[in-house]
Design a protein. Structure first.
Length: 81
């Protein structure tokens, strides 16, 4: 499985990522091994989507990062905005 996930911290900073091992990746984020989330105080897994194909997961992550309507729609649905 491949996962697109959203992490948040106590100040509601948001990080969107992609992985094939969600548990391992979350541990890396929490241990400060990831440059992009190192400055986040407490990293919480807020939401994830599972995909059977890597290509589909990459496309979803790209849509969330590049298209404001997809991003805002998801944030509204999961009640972050």
């Amino acid at each position: 499985m491949h996962y697109v996930y959203i992490l948040t911290d106590s100040t509601n900073n948001i990080y969107i990522g992609l992985t094939d091992d969600l548990e391992r990746r979350l541990k890396e984020h929490r241990a400060g091994k990831t440059r992009t989330t190192k400055s986040m105080d407490v990293v919480n897994l807020h939401y994830y989507e599972a995909y059977t194909s890597r290509h589909a997961a990459i496309e979803r992550e790209k849509n969330l990062k590049c298209y404001g309507s997809a991003y805002m729609g998801l944030l509204k649905r999961i009640r972050l905005k």
